[in-house]
Design a protein. Structure first.
Lengths: 214, 214
DNA sequence: TGACCGAAGTTAGCATCTCTCACATGATAT
DNA sequence: ATATCATGTGAGAGATGCTAACTTCGGTCA
């Protein structure tokens, strides 16, 4: 709901977003927090430090966010948007209904986790925020929807088909687990090296082929 | 190294473990923290509150733990012991080399995540601790070893076989993702209901059968 | 135009938390 | 019996989360 086009549409739109004292602090705070989370881990962040980096007093953030958790929720919300966009772009880079499109969705997921492990972990660490934030739930569901969509196209079935849902869930949990293990235990936990693309293609094939068979 | 049998073996062993002021505070603190993490989430815990629950001053914990993170590492270490024990028990409840034994390892994993979601999440949230704590790494590797062992027995191959390692990693990531998704999105994210045991058996079969074939 | 209003930011301040330092205590060893 | 060292206590410094009261500025409307 916020950060839309300026409602005062006619006035001097030089310096387009500089409307109040600071400019748009909200986005800058989220960016600062994202950086902090990425650097020091999901816990190693403080509202005070984020405010310091944005060049405002330590009380300023509370004009835009009710709570410390709400700031994190803002970061998560923004991250989920980017994640979904990346997954959709991955799917769009391959023919509709192809196995590659399915694997590319998973690849985008893994790439995101590897590029921003702190934020990725944060997205799935927010238990306390989920109940209070229905928009996060819907955004999560929309991310899952990307997987469902790709699987449905590949199997040539409607997205609400239970079998499609089940296979999509299997793929999602597979990719999710792979991503988490990957960023958790960078030190090799297996003696067998894993190449992401082969791995994901193989997984996708196994899950979807067994669906087509049975 | 600590908490062994009392070295003063001959003396009055009434009240067996009451040796110092408080008794064994270390274990009691870990238990208190575990409870707090389970109740308020991995972040909603404070050393002060744990000390309060243990009935000691807020400075006492620092005689047993260097840091706040070190307390969490203690909880994680203890949790990993329990997790490995549960996985081994699951495997031991079925014939050696059976598919059920493999699935039971995964079931134990999922059960643990469901029974203690906070602690489970904490185990895999500790990035900053892992570098400084080699014992956590080895404990994690031993947990993975349980999976490897079950898979190796099922495929009748040595545990260090790369294919065994790869299949074990696949199963592990699958179960890990399933567990995480399950505790994250209790609200159903799919229209297809998932029954754990059937699910895990199917997964195990798919992963191991394709290994046997190729 | 100019007085009002509310959004966005500031300083001051309380409660809490982490962690340290000096001190007290008591079990154990000599 | 006394020294010692691990274990606990209390006080306190520094940082943080968050609130309250005040200031400043942009936009609205008589």
């Amino acid at each position: 709901m916020p950060d839309e086009a300026p409602s005062t549409a006619h006035a001097h739109r030089v310096t387009p977003k500089v409307s109040y004292h600071h400019g748009d602090l909200r986005a800058q705070l989220i960016a600062a927090v994202r950086e902090l989370v990425e650097t020091y881990g999901p816990d190693g962040f403080s509202v005070a430090e984020a405010a310091r980096r944005a060049g405002v007093s330590s009380a300023a953030p509370y004009k835009h966010f009710k709570d410390r958790p709400e700031i994190l929720r803002g970061v998560v919300s923004e991250a989920m948007d980017r994640l979904r966009a990346a997954m959709e772009a991955g799917a769009a880079a391959h023919p509709v209904g192809s196995l590659e499109a399915v694997a590319a969705v998973g690849q985008a997921y893994v790439d995101f986790a590897r590029a921003e492990p702190g934020v990725f972990r944060l997205v799935f660490s927010l238990t306390e925020g989920h109940e209070n934030a229905p928009d996060l739930l819907t955004k999560g569901a929309r991310c899952f929807g990307v997987v469902v969509h790709a699987v449905a196209a590949c199997l040539d079935l409607p997205p609400d088909n239970p079998d499609v849902q089940r296979r999509a869930y299997m793929l999602w949990s597979f990719v999710h687990g792979h991503s988490f293990l990957h960023i958790d235990m960078k030190t090799k936990v297996t003696t067998a090296e894993i190449d992401d693309w082969d791995y994901l293609l193989g997984i996708s094939h196994a899950v979807l082929a067994s669906a087509a068979r049975s």
